[in-house]
Design a protein around this ligand. Sequence first.
Ligand code: ZN
Ligand code: ZN
Length: 388
Amino acid sequence: MAKQDYYELLGVAKGASADEIKKAYRKMAMQYHPDRNQGDKEAEHKFKEISEAYEVLKDEQKRAAYDRFGHGAFEGGRGGPGGFGGGGAGGGFGGFDFGGGGFADIFDEMFGEFMGGRRGGGGAASGRGQDLRYNMEIGLEEAFKGTQANVRVPTSVQCDGCNGSGAAAGTQPITCPTCQGHGKIRAQQGFFTIERTCPGCHGQGRVIKDACKTCGGAGRLRKEKTLQVNIPAGVEDGTRIRLAGEGEAGLRGAPPGDLYIFLAIAPHPIFQRDGANIHCRVPIPMTTAALGGTVEVPTIEGSRTKVTVPPGTQSGHQFRIKGKGMSVLRSQQRGDMYIQAVVETPVNLTKKQQELLREFDKAGKEGSHPQSEGFFAKVKELWEDLKD
Ligand SMILES: [Zn+2]
Ligand SMILES: [Zn+2]
């Protein structure tokens, strides 16, 4: 079967800029990434194809050779150390190894950029472990106090059998005979001299003769590990906590990835958080609102506080309680708590209560319901106007 044109594969024009190619590749790589298409052979194949196309088109020299000679540019030396074709243990073009480092690195590269591009260096063959994301939900009380959480993450850990080297007990990885330990080889291809990652060792400079029996030479094992994470007081919903080096172990002693904890704060049944402040709607009996009194309200630290309700308190009135809000991250300060009064109309009245209220009404004098009186005065005016 004829190979598809690399430009067509990525859906870009022949004259596309490096940036356009990168964007197109990234979009497709996200779509066909094996992590998102578990067990889908077609997606895996497509992912390999677009990765191969990108490997060539992102490199100015390789792209020039491809533009000139097409796929033929990369066919002659397949399998040999001088060719373009890879042929190393990982197979595939440019050393993509789906069980190992190359694959994780693509993901890392993207993930790293989502994280604000914090990662510098680290070539495609470094074998650095994958970054991991862990979603955690905590309660508002925990966010207030700060907490310690145990996190169980399925990950890769360094193999104890070989201390991560991948070499069988009593042996050491040896200098790669293909590249003499440089990790890169120079190849003459037509008119070009091209330096590329050594296919013999995937750029690591060393290879393993006797693989460790425990990990099969990878230097790491899949395992679940438990980590204790400190959640500081005052954290916000959506906070990201980075635990450097707690991601997946690297391949054969390469540095591990990082673990990111993404925090979400569960909605609280009573309190609403607004930054450092806390809002709380408190029902107040009609009689208390009219006569004045006190109500007890809960606080985020688990105690109670008394609020004085002055006579004639209206529904919607806000009381501010200074210093009873949320804790502020890395500070001794606290926000305030705002209590919103919701005056409750009594229901299921007894005969006696009804009588008393009727009597209360009859005994009324003008001026005790200024809002209603003002409102109905306006309505009356409106009706008078309509008569004219
Ligand atoms: Zn090598
Ligand atoms: Zn091992």
